[in-house]
Design a protein around this ligand. Structure first.
Ligand SMILES: Cc1ncc(COP(=O)(O)O)c(C=O)c1O
Length: 401
């Protein structure tokens, strides 16, 4: 065992007993390389992060320039820093829907936390609704939004006044009332195994929120930045949230997140009392420089326009007796197997065969495909052929020998 592997197992805290344990050498474009020189085609993007692939030159150069110019100067929201100003301006112009104020934070979970606080303060109400099967992050407040008590019971008490509604159930929306501060949901439930909201449902949520003065928070942390074939999934559904949450692909591989809302609503944080949400590192200039390069590249190149074609190609090629069905929304895809007991062997054997995919948190019968959006048709064919060969091996148990 290499020294680094030993130290990893001894000193780097583990989140499971069986980490993938790939010893990384470097990464470029669609590939990650391990220290033994083995090359892995990335069909996961570090869970929907690396939309432009690894070490995209525009992102690398933005980071290098910013590191050499200035890094930390003051906690968030005090100094005028050009990466933040330019990013917020560009995002507001691009959205062009009244969501014109960006509060930068460090990650998705923090965006969720801050949005809950903003909704409670702005409405003076305490009830929060989320949907069964949702995942919004891993702090106590974000975990309280999770419906699966088998997991959350170890971390109780959750935050009070959270109720869970069945997803995609229009009738259940009568539970949104004048007491509800906000409802938070994902346009496509990612960790549940890629379950898109129906357009009728999202429109009904919007309508009910308008009737009751409830704020609609859309968690686009996983669906954002082109993953579904639109810059943001809500654009496809034709609704505008009151608060939009973004992270993951936003930073082009750097850690950053944000909540985006109309400036009148966002001002709730800056008075009575001031400092409603504060962060030392949120909106770090190096991360936002990377985010700006990512956004500029995504809007100027054709990657997002090509997403649906690539999704179609994947769906056409992925046919095998061990695949029961495929659910997808753009380049976020769940490949459901005919048998749950095949899932771990498939994912592990795919890694051995040079392809990176991943599990879902709540769907124990499907593996995740979410490649960088830059993937070419040839790379799709190559990845699919690894998947089909791997499934053949599983089917014939040759992986055991
Ligand atoms: C939909 C969704 N919301 C929130 C989060 C939490 O984001 P982070 O891990 O950046 O805190 C995730 C992370 O997987 C997510 O998929």
């Amino acid at each position: 065992m290499s020294t680094h592997r030993r130290w990893f197992l001894q000193h780097v805290a583990q989140t499971s007993e069986y980490p993938f344990g790939l010893e990384i050498s470097h990464a470029a474009g669609m590939y990650i390389f391990d220290v033994h020189g083995k090359k892995y085609l990335d069909f996961d993007s570090g869970i929907s992060v690396s939309a432009l692939g690894h070490c995209h030159p525009a992102v690398v150069s933005a980071v290098q320039n910013q590191v050499a110019t200035y890094m930390h100067t003051m906690v968030y929201g005090e100094h005028i820093q050009s990466p933040q100003v330019e990013y917020a301006h560009m995002l507001a112009q691009t959205l062009n829907n009244g969501l014109d104020s960006v509060y930068f934070v460090n990650c998705g979970t923090e965006a969720v936390e801050a949005a809950i606080k903003l909704a409670r303060k702005a409405t003076g109400r305490i009830e929060i609704l989320s949907c069964a099967g949702a995942y919004h992050g891993s702090t106590i407040a974000a975990e309280s939004l999770r419906s699966d008590t088998e997991f959350t019971r170890h971390y109780v008490p959750s935050i009070p006044c959270v109720r869970h509604l069945p997803f995609n159930d229009v009738e259940a929306l009568s539970k949104i009332t004048e007491r509800t501060a906000c409802i938070i949901l994902e346009p496509v439930q990612a960790e549940g195994g890629i379950i898109p909201a129906t357009e009728a449902y999202l429109k009904a949520v919007r309508k009910r929120c308008d009737e009751t003065g409830t704020l609609l928070i859309l968690d686009e942390i996983q669906t954002g930045f082109g993953r579904t074939g639109y810059l943001f999934a809500h654009q496809k559904y034709g609704i505008i949230p009151d608060i939009l949450l973004i992270a993951k692909a936003m930073g082009g591989g750097m850690p950053v997140g944000a909540l985006v809302a109309p400036s009148d609503l966002m001002k709730t944080f800056s008075n009575h009392p001031a400092l409603g949400h504060i962060t030392t590192f949120g909106g770090h200039p190096v991360c936002i420089a990377a985010a700006l390069a990512t956004l500029k590249t995504l809007v100027s190149e054709s990657y997002i326009d090509e997403v649906q074609q690539k999704e179609q190609l994947l769906r056409e090629l992925l046919r095998h007796p061990l695949i029961r069905t495929i659910r997808s929304s753009g380049l976020m895809m769940a490949v459901e197997l005919t048998a749950a007991e095949h899932l771990s062997p498939v994912i592990r054997l795919l890694i051995q065969n040079g392809l990176l995919t991943d599990y879902f948190l709540f769907d124990r019968q499907s593996f995740r495909i979410a490649p960088p959006l830059i993937i070419s048709h040839d790379e799709i064919r190559k990845g699919v052929s690894i998947i089909l060969n791997t499934l053949d091996q599983i089917q014939h148990h040759s992986y055991l020998s």
